[in-house]
Design a protein around this ligand. Structure first.
Ligand SMILES: *Cc1c(COP(=O)(O)O)cnc(C)c1O
Length: 383
């Protein structure tokens, strides 16, 4: 068993579901027409895109016209923020949090350099925002409130329905990065009062390089990529047909299996988490254990170096993450854990484990054994 891969990093990316691959294959082989072409060979392809749009919209309980396919979750977030800002040039203020994904963080930082004002809301020790603080932060010149649905590092789920109510009451756009939430917990976007939401295929057992932006039919969208009239004029560029078809299939599967998956993820995650905490001393959970994605656990191994532990697990073919995929490899401790008030040492002692329904109990038990041994080895070495 030690030779095969144990992939516990499903918040970084996921295994493509074989059923998704199956559905995609014709569009990588015989059905290569351009979906914008007028003849039947192209029309066949554009119909497949529309079927995918229908399936994604069913998962999100919205209208198909509210789904715009693009290249990734990051593009969705860039598009949503820029669109909200372009609606009214007098509104140059954004409210967001300190624990967002880098897609939001970097976009806002770049805007700040251009003269926009950003309010970075802090979080408490559980990683939660304070609703009163959010309300106070929204001003008459605020263009947008942007808060992620669920955090990729800790799994903390934010009170989206309260947050979007605050934005609505104040007449401000609301965007949510729903990349981690979709497929793991129910996400209803249609008629929700949410203007924009970011989605990504590869966190949902679909290939990398395809995303979607939910844009409410009541809201104007300013295209980010200008070009052809693809996606109803809302996103230029010939579509990534095969991946879009895959996104549709993955959404159909997610919708069908949502309840079962949610339970299964929770069983695997809880088995992992409670076993590690039972067998390894001084382990603490980072984040909000009540409002948390069912697949994620972020654990601090106090007194240990997370990177060193990660390397020992890597030697045994177990994949997990120190911080988010986008920040690991750098020496900086996680901005999410820092925002929660963790010390650098605590943040550096922390690892994220995230399961999918492709994981098995045997894999979990194997990983727990390896972690127990590795932690003991490191503790001895540091004594
Ligand atoms: C992965 C991720 C993204 C980025 O999605 P890409 O498709 O990789 O660009 C954005 N937000 C969150 C919360 C993520 O986990």
């Amino acid at each position: 068993m030690s030779a095969s891969l144990v992939y516990l990093d499903n918040n970084a990316t996921t295994q493509v579901d074989p059923e998704v691959v199956e559905e995609m294959l014709p569009f990588l082989t015989s059905l290569y027409g351009n979906p914008s072409s007028a003849y039947g060979f192209g029309k066949q392809v554009s119909l497949a895109i529309e079927k995918a749009r229908e399936r994604v919209s069913q998962l999100l309980q919205c209208e198909p016209t509210e789904i715009i396919f693009n290249s990734c979750g990051t593009e969705s977030t860039n598009t949503a923020i820029h669109s909200a800002l372009s609606a009214d040039p007098d509104r140059q203020h954004i409210v967001t949090t300190r624990v967002e994904h880098s897609a939001t963080v970097k976009t806002c930082e770049a805007l700040a350099k251009k003269g926009y004002e950003i309010t970075w809301l802090g979080v408490n020790a559980n990683g939660q925002v304070d609703l009163e603080e959010v309300e106070k932060a929204v001003r008459s010149d605020t263009a947008l409130v942007s808060v992620m649905w669920a955090n990729n590092e800790t799994g903390t789920i934010f009170p989206i329905s309260d947050l979007k109510e605050i934005a609505k009451k104040k007449g401000v756009y609301f965007h949510t990065d729903a990349v981690q939430a979709v497929g793991k917990i129910p996400v209803k976007l249609g008629d929700s009062g949410i203007q924009y939401a970011s989605l990504s295929g590869h966190k949902l057992h679909c290939p990398k390089g395809v995303g979607a932006l939910f844009s409410s039919r009541r809201t104007r969208l300013a295209p980010y990529l200008l070009g052809g009239s693809q996606e109803n004029g809302k996103r230029g560029g010939t579509q990534n047909v095969a991946s879009i078809v895959g996104f549709g299939k993955a959404s159909e599967l997610a919708a069908l299996q949502l309840e079962r998956n949610e339970k299964q993820l929770r069983v695997l995650r809880d088995r992992f988490e409670s076993s590690v905490m039972e067998r390894v001393e001084r382990v603490k959970i980072n984040g909000d254990t009540e409002n948390r994605l069912p697949n994620t656990t972020n654990l601090a191994f106090e007194g240990l170096d997370g990177e060193a532990l990660l390397m020992l697990l890597d030697d045994k073919n177990i994949c997990c993450s120190a911080g988010s995929a986008c920040t690991s490899g750098s020496v900086n401790p996680s901005h999410v854990l820092k925002a929660m008030g963790c010390s650098d040492t605590h943040a550096r002692a922390s690892l994220r484990f995230s399961v999918s329904h492709f994981n098995t109990e045997a894999e979990i038990d194997y990983a727990v054994n390896v972690i127990t041994e590795a932690a003991a080895k490191l503790r001895k070495a540091f004594k």
